[in-house]
Design a protein around this ligand. Structure first.
Ligand SMILES: [Zn+2]
Length: 205
């Protein structure tokens, strides 16, 4: 995990947002390879192992993924140029959150745009941490503070209402969210901009 992401994290327990306290172990450049994040409110500790922050193992109920039966016939994933245009990403800086299998887009998107840091939530095991990509594991929520993301992409298996409300919570006002499921039911607060070719595109009002 990139060390500067620390200030954007939140404890996944159900209490107010509070800065987590980082104790770093091994660092490689600006990436924390091992360490512990502690919550000053509930005193829980979350380990960073091989670069991945593990927020799972808490007492919360895991949010359900979308029934994978319904994923048959899902169109192939969008290409990076299409995603960049739909997310209205121009100019460097800030964070883009990629939920579930959407973490696979990080490398191609980073190739198009420098200066953006990507945050993968529950990325598939074949997705590796990179200087431009931090990986967080959490089954109960997106462990990030509200309104911190320039854009969010939600993978098809995560297109269920609880994950979509989490995606909306971390998105900045006026910024875009792409759901890789055109049949998704978007939460209130998202204005629909486009639907088609397997994608649902909206903007936070
Ligand atoms: Zn806590």
């Amino acid at each position: 995990m990139h060390i500067e992401l620390t200030e954007m994290l939140r404890c996944p327990e159900r209490h107010e947002e509070a800065f987590l306290v980082m104790s770093t172990g091994e660092m490689v450049g600006r990436m924390v390879r091992s360490g512990i994040l502690g919550c000053p409110v509930c005193r829980k500790e979350y380990p960073i192992v091989k670069g991945i922050v593990n927020f799972s193992g808490g007492e919360g109920t895991p949010l359900r993924d979308k029934n994978t039966q319904s994923l048959r016939g899902v169109p192939s994933p969008p290409d990076a140029e299409t995603l960049q245009a739909l997310l209205d990403l121009s100019g460097p800086g800030g964070y883009v959150v990629l939920v579930g299998s959407a973490a696979r887009h990080a490398v191609a998107l980073a190739g198009l745009m420098g200066g953006i840091h990507f945050v993968g939530i529950d990325a598939p095991p074949d997705v590796a941490e990179l200087p431009v990509l931090s990986l967080l594991a959490c089954e109960t929520m997106i462990p990030l503070r509200r309104a911190m993301a320039r854009a969010v992409v939600v993978g098809p298996e995560r297109a269920s209402p609880p994950w979509l409300s989490e995606a909306l919570r971390v998105l900045l006002r006026g910024r875009r969210l792409v759901i890789e499921d055109e049949g998704a039911t978007a939460p209130a607060g998202l204005k629909q901009l486009a639907v088609g070719q397997g994608l649902w595109v909206g903007e936070r009002g």
